[in-house]
Write a protein that binds this ligand. Structure first.
Ligand code: F6R
Length: 369
């Protein structure tokens, strides 16, 4: 069943190009129009949306954090992301022009289901992004966009995450399209660029050997920090979550700009800091800011592990270990930058002798609140 892989997780990481391609398949026609057949909300309903809330847990929540950047940028609709377990307890402001997007691999996560039920009681429209056909969350939603990752066996989510990102991009692009937007050209370009992502994820997978070697060196580290900005911030959180759940190591993700407000005090001689660097093209200012954040942590003794875009030479002088990912539009970059972090966590956990597929204290689907 593991088709020659040592763990399901490694198999599922390797399946990501296919999972991304499957989730895109049939959703974009030859004119670049998006066809979301499973979405039973009318275009008029979508034009009436004046606020988007995304609710989810864990890894799915991180995909929602990425979605916020994309949805607000493409649609100009305010979008908030909230942990499902917090959402209904703070009495959020919802009405029939609110779109609530519930993201869940299993479709059975109780926290997410309860958030969805709360949203429906308040008359919000609910769209589920889900990997499991016919599960409870899509059954109770007004509309569904299925991710086509295939069954995910390993407890730690990998291919489901990448397909959740794709589904979020599709929702954002679809909303932008039906509403007619300012960034019509950019939206058309992104539709084309999405088609190239399976190939780019494949390229990243082909370059993972140095990450495996590094993982063995880091197996004894006490703590690993992850930093990023913009869409790389949720990627940093996801990298840290993978390491906590699989390697049982202290790991934390930070928005790189927030370091100086406290967390930089954690940096000691040799502390590994994984830095996810935005593309130097596009939002170049952000890139330069992250490069100076890397300089800051390195000046305080950090061992910097840098994930950057191919051709980004500006970052090289400050990287103790440098890993390049293919050139990718900023908003889509999490599809490639997350992959090395998954491999890193898996290999560190394996080097520490843990059962990667069945981490302690965790279950694949969390059906209690
Ligand atoms: C982390 C992980 C969990 C799940 C979370 C939500 O690797 O797997 O954080 O992402 O429990 O699960 P779903 O997506 O099934 O609602």
């Amino acid at each position: 069943e593991k088709s020659g892989y040592e763990y399901f997780m490694l198999k599922e990481i390797a399946e990501q190009p296919h999972a991304v391609a499957e989730t895109l398949l049939g959703r974009l026609n030859e004119h670049g129009d998006l066809m979301l057949d499973e979405v039973r909300l009318t275009d008029q309903d979508l034009r009436d949306v004046d606020k988007v809330f995304i609710v989810a847990c864990g890894t799915a929540y991180h995909s929602g954090m990425v979605a916020k950047y994309a949805i607000e940028h493409w649609t100009r609709i305010p979008c908030e992301v909230e942990l499902a377990s917090e959402f209904r307890y703070r009495d959020p402001v919802l009405d029939r022009s609110t779109l609530v997007v519930a993201i869940s691999q299993s479709g059975e996560t109780m926290d997410t289901l309860m958030a969805l039920r709360h949203a429906k009681e308040q008359k919000a429209r609910v769209l589920a992004i889900c990997n499991t056909n016919g599960s409870t969350i899509p059954r109770e939603s007004d509309a569904v966009l299925y991710t086509h990752a295939g069954p995910e066996i390993a407890v730690a989510s990998t291919k489901a995450f990448l397909t959740q990102l794709v589904a979020c991009y599709l929702v954002g692009l679809h909303l932008a399209q039906v509403r007619g937007v300012k960034y019509a050209d950019e939206v058309a370009a992104v539709v084309a660029q999405l088609q190239e992502m399976p190939g780019k994820v494949e390229q990243v997978l082909d370059m993972m050997e140095p990450i495996r070697l590094l993982a063995r060196e880091l197996a004894e580290a006490k703590s690993v920090l992850f930093i990023g900005r913009h869409v790389s911030y949720p990627v940093a959180l996801e990298g840290a979550l993978k390491l906590k759940e699989l390697a049982y190591m202290h790991a934390e993700g930070f928005a790189a700009g927030e370091l100086k407000h406290g967390p930089i005090a954690l940096i000691d001689h040799g502390t590994p800091v994984v830095c996810v660097v935005p593309s130097p093209r596009g939002r170049g200012v952000l890139h330069d800011k992250v490069v100076s954040n890397i300089q800051e942590v390195r000046a305080r003794g950090a061992r910097t592990i840098v994930i950057a875009e191919e051709g980004d030479t500006a970052v090289a002088p400050y990287a103790d270990h440098l890993f390049y990912v293919p050139v990718t539009p900023t908003l889509l970059a999490p599809l490639v930058t997350t992959v090395p972090l998954q491999v890193l966590a898996c290999e560190i956990a394996s080097a520490r002798g843990h059962d990667v597929d069945q981490p302690r204290n965790l279950a694949k689907s969390v059906t209690v609140e």
